[in-house]
Ligand binder design. Sequence first.
Ligand SMILES: NC(=O)c1ccc[n+]([C@@H]2O[C@H](COP(=O)([O-])OP(=O)(O)OC[C@H]3O[C@@H](n4cnc5c(N)ncnc54)[C@H](OP(=O)(O)O)[C@@H]3O)[C@@H](O)[C@H]2O)c1
Length: 303
Amino acid sequence: MLPVIAIIAPGAMGSAVAKRLTTAGLTVLTNLDGRSPASRSRAHDAGMQDVPFSDIPLKANWVLSILPPSDAPAFAQKLYDAYTQSTVQRPLAFADCNAVSPETVKGIAQTFSGTNIKFIDAGIVGGPPKGDYDPVFYASASPEDASLLDEFVGLSKYGLKVSALRGEGAGIGDASALKMSYAGISKGFTGLCATMILAAHASSPATSQALLHELASSQPFVLQRIAGSIPTMLPKAYRWVGEMEEISQFVGSGEGQIHAGLARLYERVEKSLNAGEGDEAGEDVRVLKKFVEDAKKTIEKKQ
Ligand SMILES: NC(=O)c1ccc[n+]([C@@H]2O[C@H](COP(=O)([O-])OP(=O)(O)OC[C@H]3O[C@@H](n4cnc5c(N)ncnc54)[C@H](OP(=O)(O)O)[C@@H]3O)[C@@H](O)[C@H]2O)c1
């Protein structure tokens, strides 16, 4: 029997994962109550079936939680409520695939204790699956759920790329810790670059131009990276606020302040993106876009 998968929600990642699974012949359920037209359209294109929320614990074998990290604990609670209120309580597996800290994911796992819902901690590294490209679902579980972890790895045959974290001491929290560490470097670096570009520009536009030329001369790979990563970061800044906060919690007091500061940066970018015409807050995004344009021209000239 093929497993039935529920994916909440059909965002950029959830819908692309769903498309992989439906292409492999699986039924993928979701619930579109309250979702935007963009999410509805992605769900439709991915072949996901919209069902009442209360049907999810009755019909799915797996629930993959793929939504903004700050909504992950509330979603787990909502699923728990639907599960415990349903007349039949079938065995169900829940994989939290969000960028949340080990502490948060342990709390989410705790939501299901005493029920027939088994838990996988998963962290997705990479962008949404597309063509020949697949992100990696790193996954860990409690030692007593080793066979559930095998089943999650078994979803590989339906198009997901799953890598289990096993071995001494591995358990719930480790897949999330890996995701936090990776994102803390990759998204942290993008945030650090944006912070310094904005600070240089605040000193004077001439300073940010001088920064650009110094990077082109002494750190060309960093300029290349800025040109590629800042434009793709802008639409995701809203989601990265919560992710930086989770990373900050993971690192702990002291050095954790680094990513707490980057959360403020992404908040600032998000505010700037949403600024209306004539609103001064819009200036930050204009500065970042201009820096990227100039960086691309400088890189092209040097080639
Ligand atoms: N995109 C990536 O490259 C990437 C890479 C690695 C990991 N991830 C992880 O994947 C997760 C989702 O990212 P994404 O890129 O798919 O985000 P996204 O494109 O912004 O989509 C978020 C989805 O969640 C829905 N949503 C928002 N609040 C919700 C709630 N309270 N309950 C149910 N659904 C809700 C949104 O619906 P509306 O449209 O109606 O708001 C949308 O469908 C995150 O945890 C992220 O860390 C993403």
